[in-house]
Design a protein around this ligand. Sequence first.
Ligand code: SP5
Ligand code: ZN
Length: 343
Amino acid sequence: MAQKRITCYFHPDQLLFKPKYEWAFGLRLKHPESTKRAETIYKALKKHPQLFELKQPNKIPMKYIRETHRARLITLYNTASELTDLETFYTSVFPKLNSTKVDPINIRHAGCFCFDSGTPLDNTVWKASSWSAACSVEAANQLIQHPDKIYYALSRPPGHHATQSQYGGYCYLNNTAIAAKKLRKKGRVVILDLDFHHGNGTQDIFYHDDQVMTISLHGDPRFFFPFFWGYPDEAGQGKGLGYNLNFIFQKNTQIEEFHRILVHHALPRIEQFQPDYLVVAMGFDSFKEDPVGDFLFETQDYFTIAQELTKIKVPTMIVQEGGYSSKSLGLNAVSFLKGFLNS
Ligand code: SP5
Ligand code: ZN
């Protein structure tokens, strides 16, 4: 049955957070995760009212965030909310061990809850991130009610690098994981992460879980962020063993190679698992002009990928992750989402 329209969730308060710069490779760089990203996608969706219905999510109940994240991480975000408008905190000391002295009321201890220097804290992070997570939760709630429809969460800040207890990679709350935890109460879930980067946070959150299968296709972590996770031998643990899959790709990967692995290796595993829901964690940092990712995808390739995903006929929602070529993000998102409508 052809879908009529995709319901898309976005809240304007997601734009309150405006990171100015990140520290990477010893340099102070303009921050790629700008508000322009979400604004461009929003504007592009708005141009096609016959295809996309734009809605604001309801506020997210705290209990959903607590199902995924540790209380002390949330406390740290509350601490950040007390910073003055002039303060932005960048971590620079990262303890290897969880010291008994760690205090999430003290912003200087943020390094214990963070794994990079590209993900600053200020007094807007909590508000923007909780609205970002509200989008994916709303999509999950609606998908449970209407499994024959497609839902898109225009989440920003992104989420897939955030673990239970740590933020990083421009991610604070794992929007995808929070939504998947909701869906998990109703059935088996596959999270398919197609962002250029490995979804280390999502992998970590469901590593011991046999009801949520996590699959990520991404740039080889020997060379690309997050460097220490995302290798093909990370297969899950305990009951979760066999329910985590990582597929890695080299620099300059084009759609043919990615498509081959997706169709012949990833999708058959999804079908075998027989999920009740599919959550696609979607990044457009695989685009040829992306300043962060290093693949060579074209705009129409996102349509092709989406068309393949519709073939497995599982109720599906999409959560926005990365993608930093703001001028192309709108077209790429529209191309991808259209692929779910023409089946
Ligand atoms: C959600 C997501 O896609 N996070 C990616 C985090 C990657 N951070 C490390 C990249 C640092 C390089 N910054 C490049 C600036 C471009 N001039
Ligand atoms: Zn990414």
